[in-house]
Design a protein around this ligand. Structure first.
Ligand code: PRX
Length: 630
């Protein structure tokens, strides 16, 4: 792949990608290993919708991630693993070694009958086996569905059921910072509700005593024993599913976003190489968990597709102290650091003394992802981490987009703090007003849509194509609607302003208000609830729950703790509301719709201008809520 190294080259590539998208992406795809080339680069419409890239082509993504590099540079390091406890040794896994481990695990999966098209759920901590499991699934053609290890048993069960997984891969337990998480125990609670799971493979991480159900549960270490380390990859069609990843939306249960093989491969490889300006031999450190899309696309696939060295960190930025990310950076001489604004803001609260003892001179490029990065955090990152010499790439994208869509190209695009700047080649963003009219001039402010397909985009919601159409392609005809608002300035630079739907971004975790409300409503004393987001200094946004109770609550603190516990049990600890207010009623219209706009204002502490409240069934409720919010 040709790397973009000047702004002029970017402009030319962009122009070409718009004038001749098929020619542009075909040229990018040339450099990959194919069993058969495509007969048609792109077929699409945004009404059904149907999008198909590289039709007729055959390949396996893992041959491009592993075999190519293992043949050329067998001893170059693919994964550097950094454990939670810095006293435990880190691991350096070469491309050859990683390929062997993946092959061995392919045999293990085959041995228990997993075949192409089967769904395999991966519920693992940040250990190399998570990467091995994902790649082995891809190599045998099984569809992986990774569930972040911070999710509760109920969430795990829901995800397993929704995609009918036949196998679960998990670990006995692991530590995040000081905290031990008994993963198998949580998985066991889920497995009671998931009859489709025939096998549960358990990696022994901490040697914890756990229950193993004979006939279903098997140790990773035992299953892989004596398995050969060579395996020929299943040959996949370009549009064969690669993975499912669940994400929250404004309504209903989480959606199983489905990504397919060739388009995702080309797109993550291309964007990794260009956005981070990756140079051969460099060390890339993405702090995201493999349970999220950033972990899939950049920690794993994008990095390996480029033969890069990727750092996988099991722990958290504040353990054993708040210098951990800088220690890892110095220890492994990290060149590119990719993290989230919430991590930056939380480290910012500790001050800058820590930097006196850190070197950080290996850093060259810094990345930000997951939520808008405010100017303050941008400058702190730039000054104290990047020492004013590293470009910051503020990368905007989503689970559904598969890869980065709007972002600076490191060393190439002139930066502007808090701006994701310009669309990458092949990406055609449009800003529309409420009525769906495209705002062609700049500056402009409105909702962000994309009007042309890019190879990495999701193809469907697993098992529910109508929901896919409805969610992303029905708001505005012939456009993919992102759910984000944005501003485009006079120079054409994009600034993402946040979600315009009922999705809330808490510490970079995407949370649907409906899901949290459903969880809160499970508390026996709760009649109804409404959850909104409000600005939070570190988390970006936090959750504020307004709750109607069946009776007078004598101990509101105890009640609050119980409500948070229900949310942790139903979803995961990261979704616990920061504020819980018991209210006598909710501001509803005559047709019964909750006016969240009003609740958002109250949560923000801005009660001076609540807008029009005349359509409310009972306007006095608003006064009561305001009085109780003080
Ligand atoms: O609101 C946008 C925000 O995160 C949402 C996507 O979340 P998720 O699917 O979990 O993927 C996160 C990692 C790609 C978007 O709709 N978001 C993501 N990146 C940015 C962002 N908001 C502002 N600036 C960003 N760089």
């Amino acid at each position: 792949m040709k790397q973009i190294t000047t702004f002029d080259a970017y402009l030319r590539a962009y122009e070409q990608s718009i004038a001749d998208p098929e020619g542009f992406w075909a040229a990018v795809a040339e450099d990959f290993q194919w069993h058969k080339k495509w007969h048609k680069v792109l077929t699409w419409n945004f009404t059904e919708p149907r999008v198909s890239w590289f039709e007729g082509a055959k390949c396996n993504i893992t041959e491009n991630c592993l075999d190519r590099h293992a043949a050329r540079n067998p001893n170059s390091v693919a994964i550097i693993w950094e454990p939670n406890n810095p006293a435990e040794p880190s691991l350096h896994i070469t491309y050859q070694d990683l390929m062997r481990r993946v092959n061995t695990f392919c045999h293990a999966l085959k041995k228990i009958g997993i075949k192409k098209g089967d769904r395999v759920c991966i519920y693992l901590p940040m250990i190399p086996e998570a990467a091995v499991a994902m790649l082995a699934c891809a190599r045998i053609g099984a569809i992986h569905s990774v569930v972040f290890a911070g999710f509760s048993s109920a969430s795990l069960a829901d995800r397993i059921k929704d995609s009918g997984c036949c196998c679960l891969i998990t670990a006995d337990a692991f530590c995040r910072g000081e905290k031990k998480i008994e993963l198998k125990k949580i998985a066991d609670e889920a497995l009671v509700h998931t009859p489709t799971i025939q096998h549960c493979i358990v990696f022994n991480r901490l040697n914890e005593p756990i229950n193993m159900l004979p006939g279903r549960d098997v140790w990773w270490q035992e299953l892989t024993n004596n398995c050969p380390d060579e395996f020929s990859a299943e040959i996949m069609d370009a549009e064969d599913p690669l993975f499912i990843l669940y994400t929250s939306g404004s309504t209903g249960k989480p959606k199983g976003v489905l990504h397919t093989t060739a388009g995702y491969m080309i797109y993550t490889a291309y964007t990794f190489l260009n956005v981070f300006n990756y140079q051969p031999g460099e060390i890339f450190f993405c702090t995201a968990d493999v349970g999220w899309i950033t972990g899939h696309s950049y920690l794993l696939y994008g990095a390996l597709l480029n033969g890069a060295t990727t750092v996988m960190f099991e722990g958290i930025p504040t353990y054993p102290d708040h210098g951990r990310l800088w220690d890892i950076t110095d220890k492994h001489r990290v060149n590119i650091l990719y993290t989230a604004p919430t991590a930056i803001r939380s480290l910012e609260t500790f001050g800058t003394d820590i930097f006196k003892t850190k070197d950080l001179s290996s850093l060259r490029v810094l990345g930000s992802v997951g939520e808008p990065i405010n100017e303050d955090a941008w400058r702190w990152y730039h000054t104290h981490v990047g020492k004013n010499r590293c470009d910051i790439v503020d990368t905007w994208w989503q689970t559904e987009t598969g890869g980065i869509l709007i972002s600076p190209i490191a060393t190439v695009t002139p930066l502007k703090p808090a701006y994701a700047t310009l669309p990458l080649p092949g990406v055609q963003p449009v800003v529309v007003d409420e009525q769906g009219k495209e705002l062609t001039g700049s500056p402009a402010e409105g909702n962000l849509c994309i009007k042309f397909p890019w190879p990495g985009m999701a193809r469907t919601v697993y098992g529910n194509h109508e929901r896919f159409r409805q969610t992303y392609f029905s708001t505005y005809p012939n456009l993919y609607f992102t759910g984000d608002g944005c501003r485009r300035d006079a120079e054409g630079y994009y600034r993402i302003t946040g979600r315009v739907d009922d999705v809330i971004n808490v510490s970079g975790h995407r949370i649907g208000t409906g899901e949290v409300e459903n969880a809160i409503n499970e508390h026996p004393d709760v009649v109804e609830s409404a959850v909104v987001g409000y600005p939070h200094e570190v988390k970006g946004q936090a959750l504020y729950a307004f709750v109607i109770c069946t009776q007078k609550i004598p101990d509101t603190e105890k009640f609050g703790a119980e409500v948070r516990e229900v949310v942790a049990k139903k979803i995961g600890a990261f979704a616990k509301p920061d504020k819980i207010q018991i209210v006598p009623g909710l501001p509803k219209t005559r047709s019964g719709k909750i006016m969240r706009r009003i609740l958002r204002k109250i949560a923000e502490g801005d009660t001076t201008n609540l807008g029009d409240t005349t359509t409310l069934l009972d306007p006095s409720v608003v006064e009561a809520i305001i009085a109780g919010s003080r």
